[in-house]
Design a protein around this ligand. Structure first.
Ligand SMILES: [Ca+2]
Ligand SMILES: [Ca+2]
Length: 402
């Protein structure tokens, strides 16, 4: 089948509801690390997300490229500036990588633009084994394109024999996936469920907690037992529990809760927890939720507007918010690492204290870029809290209008 026909053939995806889940990019697809997307020709593909990032992976014949098509706003492959194609291949000794965007021009026509993505925003890892290879990748999408709960995105991941790049601007059948934090499998009719998290960001020292509510129609099923655990690469980070569920009350509701320590050495990232719920007459279904094993602190830097090259030094001002994910008081110091020739004017060695649970502290900085600087730079933000160190980069681009 030619490439053009392949784009128009349906892309069947069994599960359009996709949970937040962080993989480890090492070229190895471990059990439970990825949520399967589809079987596309000779490739098995995977897709998931977390706030700000989309992840995809594939296992395919070594001679096939892995092509990720993304209609970020799910408004159509040939509509808007939000349509990306990322092609990754392994030819001989070399990994090849090409990104292009299908964009509507001001005159209304749609055209391909070959593109570049800053290295901080895209990463992938691949391994070859015999006649096949696996590839795991992630892409950061900023602003209105950023993956977030409740959004729908058009996606497909294909294995394709390399050939002439398809320059055709035609329709592409996409799977419109819904980015979610909760889902269920086999939920019987007449039953509803909802989870309640005080916060989905949980730091190991505070432990894990969730409460589930089940509601039944008057004639609905009566589940009476649950088994709870974490899945995938987080399976041993939480406890495993199995308990009876209290009988439904006279409003046809019942609740059950889980509290668990979090293993101190748990890796940070989004994980999935599940409760398998059972009852009389072989009743059995499963509810699944995404939670984040969080670092004590998230560093949230305001983006720096694009600058233009200047013959004089330029001032750059910014805000760095420190978001505590814990319940205890957090005290620390913020320092900055600057590119060569840049100068700190204000904000270095800023002390801060976050008194309340999951509260935020705002800090400001001011730096000076040297005269004549242009290109890509990175400011390093380093936050020291006791013996823990947190780092974040702030990209700066100074345009050189030629
Ligand atoms: Ca992996
Ligand atoms: Ca689109």
């Amino acid at each position: 089948m030619g490439q053009a026909q392949a784009w128009e053939s349906p892309y069947p995806v069994a599960n359009l509801r996709r949970l937040a889940l962080t993989p480890e990019l090492d070229g190895v697809i471990k059990g439970g690390e990825w949520e399967p997307l589809a079987t596309a020709g000779n490739a098995t593909t995977y897709l998931q997300w977390e706030p700000g990032w989309i992840y995809w992976a594939a296992e395919a014949p070594a001679n096939e490229d892995i092509v990720f098509s993304l209609d970020s706003l799910a408004d159509g492959w040939t509509t808007g500036p939000d349509n990306f194609e990322i092609r990754i291949g392994w030819r001989g000794p070399n990994i090849t990588f090409a990104v292009r965007r299908l964009n509507n021009q001001p005159n209304g026509a749609t055209a391909w633009q070959s593109g570049q993505i800053p290295p901080d925003m895209i990463q992938f890892e691949a391994r070859r084994s015999g006649g096949r290879w696996t590839m795991e990748a992630r892409l950061m999408l900023p602003g209105p394109l950023a993956p977030a709960e409740g959004k729908t995105m058009g996606v497909r991941v294909d294995g394709q024999v390399p050939g002439a790049i398809d320059e055709r601007i035609g329709p592409r059948q996409m799977a419109n996936v819904r980015l979610s934090l909760d889902t269920h499998v086999g939920l019987p009719e007449g039953l509803q469920w909802s989870p309640r998290f005080v916060n989905r960001n949980m730091v190991p020292q505070d432990g894990f907690a969730v409460d589930y509510t089940l509601t039944r129609d008057p004639n609905g099923a009566r589940p009476d037992r649950f088994a709870f655990r974490a899945e995938g690469i987080g399976i041993d980070d939480l406890g495993k529990f199995e308990y009876p569920i209290e009988p439904f009350d006279n409003r046809n509701r019942t609740m059950f809760g889980v509290k668990s320590p979090i293993r101190p050495e748990a890796k940070t990232g989004w994980r999935i927890v599940r409760a398998e719920i059972t009852g009389p007459d072989n009743l059995k279904f499963m509810v699944r939720s995404s939670v984040r094993i969080a670092p004590l602190l998230d560093i949230i830097a305001s983006p720096i507007p694009a600058l233009k090259k200047s013959t004089r030094p330029q001032r750059i001002r910014g805000v760095v918010d420190l978001q505590s994910n814990g319940t205890q008081r957090v005290q620390g110091v913020v320092t900055y690492r600057l590119p060569e020739g840049f100068r700190m004017l204000r904000g270095d060695e800023s002390k801060f204290t976050i008194y309340h649970a999951r509260a935020k502290a705002g800090t400001r900085y001011e730096i000076e870029a040297p005269a004549g600087a242009s290109g890509d730079f990175v400011i390093g933000v380093i936050v020291q809290v006791g013996d823990q160190r947190f780092v974040q980069s702030i990209p700066i681009f100074i345009e050189d209008p030629v």
